[in-house]
Design a protein around this ligand. Structure first.
Ligand SMILES: [Zn+2]
Ligand SMILES: [Zn+2]
Length: 252
């Protein structure tokens, strides 16, 4: 089975488990208030995920302090999006080749459904980010991603129960993968003008995606940690300043 097909299988399987976890939770007698508490907690941690995958491990735009490393690692594992190295390779290929035949996830060439299935086209000449291989924590998260993910599920199962376990990480995956697909799609497709190219999305979507919605700004200055620009403010930049080590190159 090809790598893309393995990803598609995981996307369908985990998304379905995540979706079914909601009726299962309530059928098994789960309380609404606890459900809302778990999901709120999961969404707050989930906001750290794109900062970890994209700004930290893919572009190496800033170095997090110890608290930052813990929060970003929690975000990366909790999302269920898989190895940050695989993510970085696909994204580093996307930047120089966006909206061309060599773009791994061009919405114009793949369409929404194939993007959602993770049928990314990784051609020869991919550019693994050198900074990633020097990042010990990043390599640890790459090597042990699914083992840690399963361990977290088992811990939640032992502390709580099956219905709680399912509405946490599996449901996180259903949500995070959909949001990730929406970024890749609407970050390069304007439904109003029906044109393709990097664009800044709505304020609400930018908030939900922890700043990733400012995709045009990011393409214009891909090494810059602050996605502000073109009259828009990066909603996460103050948080990133809080969790970053003192860095003279941090220009905000
Ligand atoms: Zn892009
Ligand atoms: Zn990028």
């Amino acid at each position: 089975m090809s790598y893309a097909n393995k990803v598609s299988f995981r996307v369908i399987f985990l998304s379905l488990i995540g979706l079914l976890s909601i009726p299962f939770y309530f059928i098994m007698g789960g309380e609404l208030i606890f459900f809302l508490f778990v999901r709120l907690f999961a969404h707050i941690i989930g906001l750290f995920s794109p900062i970890g995958y994209h700004r930290w491990l893919t572009h190496n735009q800033f170095e997090p302090n110890i608290i930052g490393k813990i929060l970003l690692s929690m975000g990366i594992i909790s999302s269920g999006l898989g190895s940050p190295l695989h993510h970085a390779i696909a994204h580093k290929t996307h930047h120089p080749h966006y909206d061309t035949n060599d773009d791994p996830h061009s919405p114009e060439r793949l369409g929404f459904f194939k993007l959602w299935l993770g049928q990314y086209k990784i051609k020869n000449g991919t550019r693994p980010p050198k900074s990633f291989f020097r990042n010990k924590l990043g390599m640890f998260l790459h090597n042990y991603y699914w083992k840690i993910w399963w361990l977290c599920n088992i811990i939640i199962f032992i502390i709580f129960d099956l219905k709680t376990m399912l509405i946490f990480l599996p449901l996180n995956f259903t949500y995070s993968w959909l949001v990730n697909t929406l970024i890749n799609y609407y970050g390069h497709y304007d439904p109003k003008t029906k044109t393709f190219g990097p664009r800044n999305t709505s304020k609400i979507f930018t908030l939900i995606t922890a700043g990733e919605g400012l995709h045009k700004n990011h393409h214009e200055r891909q090494n810059e940690v602050d996605f502000s620009g073109n009259g828009r403010k990066d909603p996460m930049i103050n948080f990133i300043q809080l969790i970053s080590k003192n860095d003279p190159n941090f220009s905000t």
